[in-house]
Ligand binder design. Sequence first.
Ligand code: NAD
Length: 349
Amino acid sequence: MTVFSNPAFDNHERVLFCRDEPTGLCAIIAIHSTALGPAAGGTRLWTYAEDDDALYDVLRLSQGMSYKNAMAGLKFGGGKAVIMKTPGFDGSDALFERFGEFVDTLGGDYITAEDVGMSVEIMETIARKTRYVSGLPLKSGRAGGDPSPKTAYGIYHGIRAAVQARLDRHDLEGLRVAVQGVGHVGYYLCKLLHDAGATLVVSDLDEARVDRACSEFGAERVGGPDILSADVDVLAPCALGAILHEKSIPEIKARIIAGGANNQLRSREDGQRLADAGILYAPDYVINAGGIINVACEYFGDVDDEGVMDLVAQIGPRLAEIFDEAQRTGEPTNVIADRKAQEIITAAA
Ligand code: NAD
């Protein structure tokens, strides 16, 4: 396993390997940058084929959080954690409590919340051992709780901005949108899009989740990877990352890609490939910042739930600026977003 020479290392400040034999905990916490404030980013619970895959994932996600928090105007640096579902993993309270103790050893330099595979209930278990946790149950009128509805709300505003920029349309009526992954974020996004009159095409590895989207929103089901080449106006990846690459991009028919999954591009060059193919790409960490905005408001306790919605809606205009610059300069949108994020972090450091 390579750490310092890992292709995703990118000058991380700290990487903590967490192992607890009695509970079976195997986790990695990565802190990419604390220049803007404590490193904040969710914990992912996932099965990895190799330890290297987990390390690569957490490093990429953590760097993405630095950029996401910077672009969202938050007083947060970037960090992320993964808990590995190893053989015999039992998801016991003791395991998550032990993870909470590891988070606590960092003294507030890392604040955790939900990511794929986690829940509000698990966050409450972690919170028994550390106060550096967010995404806890919502107190009436206050910011907090499951961040995914806010993430979906931000993506919805991002899609509207992209549709205006690329299709010159102000509404989503009759627009065809393919949503890959109808879990937490994908489900709430489908609801918003359905209410706005869009027609949905969906896929998920979990057939029950597809059934729910079909029955509640009249969505059409598509099997497996075919969702990426569906005949739609907008593709909204809301499952896992690295789905946009040299093989998948030529198959894409959508003119816009705007969804919630982190690290959608397999490599930075894929942004150029999308631009060359005439596809408008909403940089993932800009469009999916709604959840972390909610987490920040909960953690700092300075904005109520209504205020969070207003802040999340700003994702639309923020993306519109990037689309505008891409139109003027011909640069890929991911390159513009990376530059803007790096400028904010460098100025703070
Ligand atoms: P989730 O686990 O609730 O849902 C993900 C869904 O994707 C699951 O239903 C899973 O079965 C499905 N899936 C996995 N691989 C698939 C594939 N190849 N094809 C089709 N479906 C597949 O997770 P979530 O919280 O909804 O997060 C979804 C994505 O959004 C992740 O990349 C996550 O990192 C990102 N994200 C989530 C939030 C949030 O607030 N939850 C915030 C920002 C970014």
